[in-house]
Design a protein. Structure first.
Length: 441
């Protein structure tokens, strides 16, 4: 059945509700798999890759090199957003999402097969860079489609914050699974973790892809996109048009993420070299602490999405940004004590403040773009932040640590990112009550 045929199929209220549930489940499971793939790489970059692919460097330099490879995936994400945004606005959300799932999952599986420096020299790192770039393209196209697949099945905008928070839930769920896999195979493989144990979590990605593909193939295209097709409003070049018609929204949504994206990769990736080399915490302790914090997100993300429906997207988001910016100094003070309870408490608090931004972010971003350009606009705005906020964050934090030896300078960097977020979010149009299904430009 073509997209045009689907546009003509009426659905009963019961069928519509069933499709909404399936779309939310498909989006959440899909983003969980995608983020598992993407964040697993980030964790392994901090734990394993410096030793296996840059063995001739000292620990801090090796960490910088591993995080540079990690950053490549972020450079690729806006490219993926543009590619899949184009097709998502041209042929549909569902088709684009199936392609992103396959691209990310297969590249992640292949990471688990890459020979080390000892086996093929520098070519191991080169292959890692290529696979990370492909992985980044897939993840870059995934987020926008997952969010729209959920939001565009909703009949009204009253619960957009909560509905769109479920695909956001896939972030910590994927992170939880990635950490669980690392922790489990770290224990199982013991001294052989650097030999083969680290590869298994990457190889398991192929199983998760098969599950996600089966779920996504069973859903229909969204009613709003079907309406765009029926009314012949499909843009010929959505990426070009969104930059012509809504450039402010694209860049403001990117800068609004600064205080969310940069700090979170300090807290979940940079914490490994900082915690093990500076504070002398064990790798497994940090993994357990991050697992506890990720579990907290299972509650705080839906809650913050719900609060954004009641109090306003911008209000909840700005509160999270301010709290994140201010707490960074206390975070490093608590981690520096090396007292387990205080370290885990610091992780929990930063997670809660981060989730006050992450939960409402999807609805906040998607609602500012017109339907026929929404996949492109929301995806590109969301993923542009990866270039200047997400990817460089562990690199910047590592460089600041090398230059000053202090975590408080990194906290100052987090504070600056939060200020950018607050200003950009305040400048975004407040369009929560506008008709989400109708073009406004």
């Amino acid at each position: 059945m073509t997209a045009a045929d689907v546009a003509a199929v009426p659905l009963s209220d019961l069928d519509h509700r069933a499709q909404l549930r399936r779309a939310v489940i498909a989006s959440t499971v899909g983003t969980t798999i995608e983020w598992y793939d993407f964040l697993l790489y980030g964790q392994m970059a901090a734990i394993v890759f410096a030793k296996l692919y840059f063995p001739s460097s000292d620990p801090l330099t090796g960490t910088l090199q591993a995080f540079a490879v990690f950053a490549v995936g972020f450079l690729a994400r806006p490219i993926g957003a543009a590619i899949f945004g184009h097709y998502g606005d041209r042929i549909g959300r569902k088709a684009a999402l199936i392609a992103t799932l396959l691209l990310t999952g297969l590249s992640t599986f292949l990471v688990g097969c890459v020979p080390t420096y000892e086996q093929i020299g520098i070519w191991g790192a080169v292959v890692l860079v290529v696979l990370r770039f492909i992985q980044g393209i897939g993840v870059g196209g995934e987020w926008g489609g997952s969010v729209l697949l959920s939001m565009e099945w909703a009949r009204t905008s009253k619960n957009h914050g909560l509905i769109a928070a479920w695909p956001q839930f896939g972030g910590p769920a994927g992170f939880f699974l990635a950490n669980l896999a690392i922790l489990g195979f770290s224990q199982l493989s013991g001294d052989q973790f650097l030999s083969w144990g680290w590869r298994v979590p990457f190889l398991l990605s192929i199983v998760m892809v098969a599950i996600g593909l089966w779920i996504r193939l069973g859903i229909l295209e969204t009613p709003i996109f079907r309406q765009v097709i029926a009314e012949e409003r499909v843009s010929r070049t959505p990426v070009v048009e969104v930059f012509k018609r809504q450039p402010e929204e694209v860049f403001l949504t990117a800068f609004a993420r600064m205080g969310q994206m940069a700090p979170v990769f300090v807290y979940i990736a940079f914490i490994f070299p900082y915690g093990t080399q500076v504070v002398h915490l064990s790798r497994d302790f940090i993994l357990v602490g991050l697992q506890i914090a990720a579990f907290l997100s299972f509650f705080t993300i839906p809650l913050s999405g719900y609060l954004s429906d009641r109090l306003g997207r911008k209000q909840v988001y700005i509160f999270g940004a301010v709290a994140t910016g201010l707490f960074g100094f206390a975070y490093f003070a608590m981690v520096d004590t090396a007292i387990p309870v205080l370290v885990i408490l610091a992780m929990l608090i930063t997670t809660a403040f981060h989730d006050m931004m992450w939960g409402p972010l999807a609805a906040l971003t998607a609602e500012v773009f017109t339907p026929r350009l929404r996949y492109s606009g929301a995806s590109i705005g969301f993923q542009l932040a990866a270039v200047f906020a997400g990817g460089p964050a562990p690199l910047i934090a590592t460089a600041l640590l090398a230059a000053t030896g202090s975590g408080y300078v990194i906290a100052l960097y987090i504070f600056g990112c939060a200020v950018v977020s607050v200003v950009a979010t305040a400048l975004l149009p407040n369009l929560r009550d506008r008709d989400f299904a109708r073009d406004h430009i």
